[in-house]
Design a protein around this ligand. Structure first.
Ligand code: ATP
Length: 387
């Protein structure tokens, strides 16, 4: 664990960048420092690897004051990724990634082999290895930056606005990639951003700082959205907090029905045999493999008998993956669906059922109630621990 203990940083010109900051950064998870420009995020990050020394307070890494550790040893235990990747322009990509292993005395072949493994891990094509940084896109360069920081397998990764310089689509990809890598590697990551959406998406814990380097709130993103500590945090979180919070509720318990689901080769007689389906004015038609094709109007089918007409189907919008995607995704699908019903599919895209906006609404209410109970229980636990 990294413990930041009553740390203050006063620069020589008198600027107080960080003011009495205390944070316990848990192992094996992503802690995000977020806040408006100039609130001391970078200063805090750099005090962890001693690029900046605190004026007061101390920082402990696994119980040991970082001040007591030789800077080089400390920095080797901490990968560091910055905006624009900070690559060595005159070195090839593979040599950029191999930098730290080479510094640690690995021979060239072993360091390059390690570099190639890491390139693969961060989703970079091996064919890019011999290129120079200027021959890569911004997103690819950031991946190289991450690979380089991981090269010596440090337990801690410090990331300072690593994805800020790329466009929103590439940024989303890099965030997803970081979460994927983290699921495999379980590093202790401290990530600085000024983007609250990024903080909420990737953080297990989020520290919101206010100008003057003071801590406004330190909480899991779900709790931040549901219980902002004060008006500053609420304002910083922005609009749609309720909707955004739904991302943290799984769709796994959502009630589905298969009553209105029919295969495209079903006859009208087979359709009519389904009594429950009579309660819905439409049917979800699937192909013979169970994948969704579109919604059919039941009236249009009445008296038929031939195969359902694909051309007359209404689009089903986007389905959500049952259990993997959230209640936010399910609600979005229902809202976008021409029938108001969302289509749930399994991992291979086959329909597992459909669900209405009303059912999703009920699931949201019970998820809220359950979460409130959990938070209240945690509060009781904390109160007990404090007594
Ligand atoms: N070397 C320095 N000397 C004097 N003041 C500094 C120095 N470095 C940073 N500051 C000031 O300290 C405050 C915090 O800066 P810091 O870079 O830590 O903020 P930040 O939250 O990372 O900002 P941003 O999001 O804009 O990068 C700012 O007011 C900044 O101007």
């Amino acid at each position: 664990m990294i413990r930041i203990e009553s740390v203050t940083k006063r620069y020589p010109d008198g600027t107080v960048a960080v003011d009495q900051l205390s944070l316990d950064i848990p192992d094996g998870s992503i802690t995000v420092l977020v806040g408006p420009s100039g609130c001391g995020k970078t200063t805090t990050l750099r005090m962890i690897n001693r690029m900046v020394e605190p004026s007061e307070g101390r920082i402990l890494l696994d119980g040991q004051d970082v001040q007591a550790q030789p800077v080089n040893t400390l920095r080797r235990s901490m990968g560091y990724v910055i905006q624009n990747a900070g690559l060595f322009q005159h070195r090839t990509i593979v040599d950029n990634v191999a930098t730290v292993p080479r510094m640690l005395g690995w021979d060239k072949a072993r360091a390059r082999k390690r570099a190639m493994e890491l390139m693969e891990r961060v989703g970079l094509d091996a064919g890019l290895a011999r290129r120079y940084p200027y021959q890569l896109s911004g997103g690819q360069q950031q991946r190289v930056g991450v690979a380089r920081a991981l090269a010596a397998d440090p337990p801690v990764l410090l990331m300072d606005e690593p994805f800020s310089a790329v466009d929103p689509i590439v940024r989303k990809g890099l965030q997803a990639e970081l979460l994927r890598i983290q699921a495999e590697l379980g590093k202790t990551i401290v990530f600085v951003t000024h983007d609250i959406d990024e903080a909420i998406k990737i953080g297990n814990m989020v520290a919101v700082l206010r100008t003057g380097g003071r801590l406004a709130q330190f909480a899991p993103p779900d709790e931040l959205l549901s219980h902002p500590a004060d008006a500053f945090v609420e304002d910083f979180l922005g609009t749609d907090r309720g909707i955004r919070r739904l991302s943290f509720f799984t769709s796994a318990g959502l009630e589905l029905t298969t009553a209105p689901v029919v295969a495209v080769d079903a006859t009208a007689a087979q359709v009519a045999e389904r009594p429950e389906a009579a309660s819905t004015p439409f049917l979800l038609v699937t192909d013979t493999d169970g994948k969704p094709l579109g919604w059919a109007d039941r009236k249009a089918l009445a008296g038929g008998g031939a195969a359902l007409d694909r051309a007359a189907l209404q689009p089903y919008g986007r389905p959500f993956e049952f259990g993997r995607e959230s209640l936010r995704d399910a609600l979005d699908c229902a809202v976008l669906s021409p029938t108001g019903w969302a289509v749930a599919v399994d991992g291979s895209g086959r329909v597992v059922g459909v669900t209405s906006q009303e059912t999703i609404g009920a699931a949201i209410r019970s998820a809220h109630a359950e979460r409130e109970r959990q938070q209240a229980a945690r509060g009781t636990g904390l109160a007990k621990a404090a007594t």
